[in-house]
Design a protein around this ligand. Structure first.
Ligand code: PLP
Length: 373
């Protein structure tokens, strides 16, 4: 088996047709307006409100600042129950608000927060649950909503991976009190960099707008110590152009996922998450598989290293767990994170992106199958 001539990375940002971006650029040049709620951003904002079927949509320079501002604007404090199986920014956003993260185990099928283990972690200081629709798979929405309601906690979703996902035809951002989406270049859908909040309480709109723009109310009044987290016109333009292509992006990733599933689903020692329930429209943003060392004949780490020899750069999302990073090692973990530890040790995320040819996906599968023999 020959190695790939050029490296195949886990993902590659999608570049929309240059003409479409240039058309918009001309408008930005004519406007001579680059940031601070410009005309392109305002138009993009309305497009997203429609897409998200929500009036409460706020845009930011990136997803991390969006989440930090969300927590601050909602007045979350004390302890927040969250998952260790996610990107570091989820917990960082708590830290930046001086909130104590309380890590809770995940469930074994979709790797999302396990509601059955949330309740025993609630203390008098708990103010919220911060769950992650990891790899775009919706959390157990009903069970989490029920716990949040009974204990009077805010329910916040890190939906960074879940753009375009719907549940019972409702955009995923309509669940919980608030959801954060990331439009980073490496995500399924992007605005170069960017972030979005969608939320239930329309009263928060004003607060978020203050917080992302230094707390300015008008020229002479600053009403709170805000930061700078505004989305600029170039980002908004990219986001707006990309919105025309989001269905194609999802369709392509669905196809890629199907090939992996067809070709690798039966390989001993490789397992996929169960298919989404019929009421879920999934975005197939990522292709995580679990490797069973005994059955596969090689550990996840050995496979990960071996694939590099073929110029295939899969990623170990998410390894290590957040509580294992030096900066969070001192966070007390009161209940075992057994499932998270196992998934983190066995998970491998395979390449998927718009420009990845179907023949390349087949070749990646061939390599993995040969290595398994
Ligand atoms: C990408 C990501 C973020 C951060 O988003 P940025 O836009 O890169 O700041 C937060 N949480 C998760 C789960 C992510 O994957």
């Amino acid at each position: 088996m020959e190695k790939f001539e050029k490296p195949i990375y886990v993902t590659k940002p999608f570049m929309p047709p240059l003409e479409e971006f240039c058309e918009g650029l001309k408008e930005v040049w004519d406007n001579q307006w680059l940031t601070n709620n410009g005309p392109v951003l305002r138009r993009y904002h309305s497009e997203l409100k429609k897409y998200c079927a929500s009036d409460n949509v706020c845009l930011f320079s990136n997803g991390t600042l969006a989440l930090q501002i969300a927590l601050q604007g909602m007045g979350i404090s004390g302890e927040v129950i969250t998952t260790p199986f996610t990107f570091v920014a989820t917990t960082h956003s708590l830290y930046w608000n001086k909130i104590r993260p309380v890590f809770c185990d995940i469930e074994p099928d979709y790797y999302t927060l396990d509601p059955a283990k949330v309740e025993e972690l609630i203390t008098p200081w708990t103010t919220a649950i911060l769950a992650v629709h990891v790899f775009g798979r919706p959390c157990n929405l009903e069970a989490l909503a029920d716990i949040a309601k009974r204990h009077n906690l805010a329910l916040i979703y890190d939906a960074a991976h879940a753009f375009g996902v719907t549940v019972d035809d409702n955009p995923i951002g309509q669940y919980g009190d608030l959801s954060m989406f990331s439009f980073h270049a490496t995500k399924l859908y992007h605005s170069i960099e960017g972030g979005m909040l969608t939320f239930k309480d329309s009263g928060l709109c004003q607060t978020f707008n203050y917080l992302k723009n230094f707390g300015f109310k008008n020229e002479t009044e600053v009403v709170m110590p805000g930061t700078n987290a505004k989305m600029n016109e170039m980002q908004a333009l990219m986001g707006s152009v990309m919105l025309r292509h989001v269905d194609d992006l999802t369709a392509k990733r669905t196809r890629v996922y199907e090939i992996y599933r067809e070709r690798l689903g039966g390989v001993p020692g490789i397992s996929f998450s169960p298919d989404p329930e019929p009421n879920i429209e999934y975005n197939y943003a990522y292709v995580p598989v679990l490797i069973d060392e005994k059955e596969f004949g090689m550990s996840r780490d050995a496979l990960y290293e071996k694939l590099k020899e073929y110029n295939i750069f899969a990623r170990r999302y998410f390894y290590p767990l957040l509580n294992e990073f030096a900066c969070y090692q001192s966070v007390p973990v009161s209940k075992p994170l057994t499932v998270a530890e196992e998934v983190s040790r066995r998970v491998l995320t395979l390449p998927t992106y718009m420009d990845l040819g179907e023949d390349d996906v087949n070749r990646i599968c061939d390599v993995i199958k040969i290595l398994s023999e």
